[in-house]
Design a protein around this ligand. Structure first.
Ligand SMILES: [Zn+2]
Length: 126
C-alpha cells in the first residue's frame, strides 16, 4: 500500500520490506513514527510491533477467555537497527521515511509513556 512507491533498492533488505507489508495482519510488523512523536525525538523512529488479531478485528471484543485472564492484543518496541541486516534505520530511511508512514497504524499505536528516544540507553542493550 504505502510502500508501493519504494523501489526494490530503497529497502534495506527484503525481510524489512516483508515486515512493513505485514502491518495489517496477525503478525510481527514494523512501522515508523514521524519526528517529534516519541518523546519529542527529533528524528523518525522505527517500531517493531505485534498484533494478535487482524487490523480490522482490533476493536472487536475477544470472547472465550475468562474475564480474569489479561490478554495483550498488540505491543510495540522501538528498534534502532534492522533486525535482519543490521542497518541503522534512522540513517538508511532518513530521506524516505515518509513513504513508510502509515497514519492508520500510527493512530492505532498510541505513544509510549517511557522515554524511548534515549539512544544511549537503547544502544546499551546490544
Ligand atoms: Zn534490513
Amino acid at each position: 500500500m504505502f510502500g508501493r512507491w519504494f523501489g526494490q533498492r530503497d529497502w534495506c533488505c527484503e525481510a524489512f520490506r516483508a515486515l512493513h507489508e505485514a502491518r495489517y495482519d496477525r503478525d510481527l510488523f514494523v512501522f515508523v513514527r514521524p519526528p517529534g512523536w516519541a518523546m519529542n525525538c527529533p528524528a523518525p523512529t522505527f517500531w517493531l510491533a505485534f498484533r494478535s488479531v487482524r487490523y480490522q478485528d482490533r476493536t472487536r471484543p475477544v470472547q472465550g477467555l475468562p474475564p480474569d485472564r489479561p490478554l495483550t492484543i498488540s505491543t510495540s518496541r522501538r528498534i534502532l537497527r534492522c533486525p535482519w541486516c543490521g542497518v541503522e534505520l534512522e540513517r538508511h530511511y532518513q530521506k524516505q521515511w515518509e513513504k513508510l508512514f502509515d497514519p492508520a497504524i500510527f493512530q492505532e499505536f498510541e505513544l509510549p509513556v517511557t522515554n524511548e528516544c534515549n539512544k544511549q540507553e537503547q544502544d546499551d542493550l546490544h
